[in-house]
Design a protein around this ligand. Sequence first.
Ligand SMILES: Cc1cc2nc3c(=O)[nH]c(=O)nc-3n(C[C@H](O)[C@H](O)[C@H](O)COP(=O)(O)OP(=O)(O)OC[C@H]3O[C@@H](n4cnc5c(N)ncnc54)[C@H](O)[C@@H]3O)c2cc1C
Length: 464
Amino acid sequence: MKPFQRSVVWLRRDLRLSDHRALFEACAASEEVVPVFLIDEDILDGLAKDNRQVHFIQGCLDELDERLKERGSRLLVIRGRPKEAIPAVVSRLGANALFFNHDYEPAAKLRDQAVSKTLRAGGVTVQSFKDQVVFESREILGGSGDPYKVFTPYSKNWLKTLESAKDAHLRDYRPDLKRLVPAEKIREKNARFSELGFVESFLFVSPGEVAAKSLLKGFSKKIGAYHEQRDFPAIEGTSRLSPHFRFGTLSPREAVRFCHEHFSPGTKVWLNELIWREFYQMILDQYPHVEKGAFKPEFDRLKWSSNRSHFEAWCEGRTGYPIVDAAMRQLNQTGFMHNRLRMVAAMFLTKDLLIDWREGERYFATQLLDHELAANNGGWQWSASTGCDAQPYFRVMNPISQSERFDPEGEFIRKYVPELKGLDSKRIHWPHEGGLFSSTPAGYPEPLVDHKTQRLKAIAMFKK
Ligand SMILES: Cc1cc2nc3c(=O)[nH]c(=O)nc-3n(C[C@H](O)[C@H](O)[C@H](O)COP(=O)(O)OP(=O)(O)OC[C@H]3O[C@@H](n4cnc5c(N)ncnc54)[C@H](O)[C@@H]3O)c2cc1C
């Protein structure tokens, strides 16, 4: 006899069946397990109706339900606000335990504490687990016992800790799916995001665990050249797995096991990116003030520009700097932006237009399919030089030389800025003067600012 007659597994950012810690533990400890997803109205309140992440999640839920039905079970999707809806469903189902995986975002931590408190007060057992990272924030500490603030020593320790007990840290948690509740025992109809007016939108990767596994498999052919190709936006040299990491359709342990199976110079660099992901999760968990302000609070005193027309031009890809505009248009059209261009675009907003990084962070949050508080915040604070281990403020990326270096033929720019299609690979990076033409091509905006002047202004602002 197992300790729990019936348990609920509350799925959140772990929308898969394989290598799933909470599901594994629930199946091991319960006679019957009901997987539940809550359409959380607290989160949805402020979102646009064509939000890409919502569409992606719906796709993941449909796939999960389908795969569970093939096994004679089902997913239960409910709607409401977590503090009331989760205790209510646990009680409605007559469950005596709730299982879920940890989430490190400040609001999620408060939510989980509140739900756990209510359930425990009612005699329900609540158990939660590490799942979305290989190492949680307190597992990788500096010599003084404090969390790291700098990436390189963190990553060295991360790798050393992994090596010390690789099999245990990368264990594949395979749930005993025979414990899943028979579908006919749950009569409730599943809620859908469309009931709240949400509509479909373009997705640059397909949702669901099956798609994640197939993307990872395809990436095995590219990973060997990752270190050489990852900085060139015209080449699809990166994995494009970020939405799958975001929603847990791929287990981070599986990704690291994959690195061990496909070892190459490129793999080493890719693994380093997975460690950056965990580094920023650790930063958010240990230094939650970063959600609202600079990691280094002295940078909260910077006097940013409030020029709305500049901000709007940046959002819409009309700055007159082709690589920045191509990047922003890629984001708006597809919900993805290449990592190199995220740095270029973020630095342009903060160091050329002198606009507060939080404005850019918020805009990215509305557009990115892979939007994730920890990585987005970390990336913005890095680019704005306000974060831990950030780019020093005096090292300002030049958008023209970045363009010449990482899109040498202008192929990426031509794809997203058709006004510049006819320009040769020299002039496309700066189409405003010189070459065969003496002025900006028709239909393309004049530059909003002069990079050289703005760079000096930014450095002076930071110095002050
Ligand atoms: C300003 C800015 C904002 C960003 N916002 C986000 C965000 O909201 N969500 C997000 O997942 N990433 C964010 N990143 C990090 C990075 O740009 C994306 O993870 C990457 O471009 C996703 O593409 P990929 O899956 O092909 O990455 P790959 O190069 O294949 O990397 C594999 C995985 O490692 C992780 N990763 C890679 N680079 C980073 C990084 N610098 N920081 C943290 N994790 C990383 C991602 O999970 C990624 O899927 C941001 C970076 C910057 C500079």
